[in-house]
Ligand binder design. Structure first.
Ligand code: C2E
Ligand code: MG
Ligand code: MG
Ligand code: MG
Length: 285
């Protein structure tokens, strides 16, 4: 706020700030306990093939059911987990849980039912020199191969520094694919694609929002450009946050082969995702 106000370079203390600081410390402590007590769980949002309409993959999204506060959204506690460092054990739990679920789907529905499980990874996890080994251990423990998992990272975390670059290269060498999440919102989109081993571009929801009304030429242009970029670079293009049929149609026509959004499915309990896999006639064959 101090920056945005122009000339003023000082920040005035406001009671709200103290509340936010206390809230952060309290929340971090409760989150630490919550992880230990098993208050976290995963939902899975299906990724659909927009051409065939079939389920393609699933993205694991963490949820926190606090005994007193009730449901706390990841938008609230992931930033807290990132600043406190708790994201490292939390992220490790998410990865293992998602891979165990993926292994179960594989054994229930076979190889064709779901292409991969997507797992969000924070920059603090990528800064750890042991992350590549951690991923390898989870894959081997769960009996999955490196093709079964796609790790979602943001543009800003990719340009963090040499350790992250080494981690990403190590994952790539292992055969684990990387998706750039919230693509288009970062600073260095284009040069980044040459320097890092990226496999999937996930167009941020903010660009999808502007598509149907046609009023926002700028966002439309970014959406179209990202689809073209993905085609030229032979990357998978996924559109996030599709909320109506018109958006879906226009994105598919633009070249987005894959999409996620409330229009098709919200994040679901694993069993409901499994039901979608079971209902697919191709899997029953
Ligand atoms: P994300 O990875 O970009 O996930 C997409 C978010 O958009 C999810 O919110 C999802 O529920 C929401 N979404 C999907 N389709 C629609 C739609 O059609 N309309 C609207 N309005 N929203 C839609 P969620 O689950 O609240 O997660 C928010 C963010 O929290 C995620 O953004 C991700 O950055 C982070 N996050 C969630 N789980 C994890 C995790 O296990 N690890 C890490 N590091 N971050 C996570
Ligand atoms: Mg994501
Ligand atoms: Mg995203
Ligand atoms: Mg997002």
């Amino acid at each position: 706020a101090a920056k945005e106000s122009g000339k003023a370079s000082f920040v005035r203390f406001e009671p709200r700030m103290r509340d936010e600081m206390m809230n952060h410390a309290t929340l971090a402590g409760e989150l630490r306990n919550g992880i230990a007590r098993g208050e976290l769980r995963l939902l899975y949002q299906p990724v659909f093939d927009l051409v065939t309409g079939r389920l393609h993959g699933c993205e694991a999204l963490v949820r926190w059911q606090h005994p007193v506060r009730g449901f706390v959204s990841p938008g609230e506690f992931i930033p807290v987990a990132e600043r406190s460092g708790l994201i490292v054990p939390l992220g490790a739990w998410v990865l293992r849980e998602a891979c165990e679920q993926m292994a179960q789907w594989r054994s229930q529905f076979g190889d064709g039912a779901v292409e991969a499980v997507n797992v969000n990874v924070a920059v603090r996890q990528l800064r750890s020199a042991s992350f590549v080994d951690e991923v390898a251990a989870v894959l081997s423990d769960t009996g999955l191969t490196s093709r079964d998992v796609i790790l979602e990272v943001t543009e800003s975390s990719v340009v963090d520094g040499w350790q992250v670059q080494e981690t990403l290269q190590g994952l790539h060498d292992m055969g684990v694919r990387l998706a750039l999440d919230d693509f288009g919102t970062g600073q260095s989109s284009l040069s980044l694609l040459r320097a890092f081993p990226v496999d999937v571009l996930k167009l941020d929801k903010s660009f999808v929002d502007g598509i149907a009304d046609g009023a926002d030429r700028g966002r439309l242009a970014v959406a179209a450009a990202v689809a073209q970029l993905a085609e030229y670079l032979q990357l998978k293009a996924v559109a996030e946050g599709i909320e109506n049929q018109e958006q879906l149609d226009r994105l598919r026509d633009m070249g987005y082969r894959y999409g996620q959004g409330f229009h098709m499915a919200k994040p679901l309990p694993a069993a409901d995702c499994g039901a979608l896999m079971a209902a697919d006639p191709v899997n029953a064959a």
